[in-house]
Design a protein. Structure first.
Length: 186
């Protein structure tokens, strides 16, 4: 009874829990932490709504990647047309390759490795002012998010800043995109 002297007040009954609700909002150094906000957004039905612009097998990752672009991103067809317009969305679909009994990837008649189960979806969106929260790792005006195939957010160890840090390496001359319909940057 001593912990809840004001039983009639719902708010006061939660006072003992207040430290566990507020403390996670602050970093160990006393600075406020920012909970990541997904401004990118899950792209339901991307495979039927967006244009497929790339399909490749990445042996080093043992993954098949298929890249899709929304109509805004599809307007950029040459490097000279960069940067991408506001509202551009690029979807990277990661899948395990189909394999035979010996573990060798199955290929179609054109030599393209066939994709098996989708394991992850990465999405990048370009909007004015996007990317500022990535600080020194900012990759232009892009923000990034990763999802499970069912659309649930995928928490990454370094968060989306790891995506920004990597895409920063593509350079501003490519608007921080390694490859979609353009030749890969070496």
């Amino acid at each position: 009874m001593l912990l809840y002297p004001f039983r009639s007040s719902r708010v006061l009954r939660f006072l003992p829990l207040l430290p566990t609700m507020v403390l996670p909002l602050f970093a160990a150094d006393g600075g406020a932490t920012v909970q990541p906000v997904d401004r990118v957004g899950w792209q339901a039905d991307y495979a039927s709504r967006f244009e497929q612009v790339r399909h490749a097998f990445l042996p080093a990752r043992d993954k098949v990647i298929t890249v899709f672009v929304n109509p805004a991103a599809a307007t950029v067809t040459t490097l000279e047309q960069l940067p991408y317009p506001a509202g551009a969305v690029i979807v990277f679909e990661w899948a395990d390759p189909q394999k035979d009994a010996t573990g060798k990837p199955h290929q179609d008649a054109d030599g393209k490795v066939l994709k098996g189960p989708i394991t992850r979806i990465d999405v990048m969106r370009r909007e004015p002012g996007y990317g500022a929260d990535y600080g020194k790792d900012r990759a232009g005006e892009w923000e990034f998010a990763s999802y499970f195939p069912d659309g649930r957010s995928m928490a990454l160890p370094d968060g989306a800043v790891a995506c920004a840090r990597c895409h920063k390496g593509a350079g501003s001359e490519r608007d921080f995109v390694f490859a979609s319909r353009f030749p890969k940057k070496n």
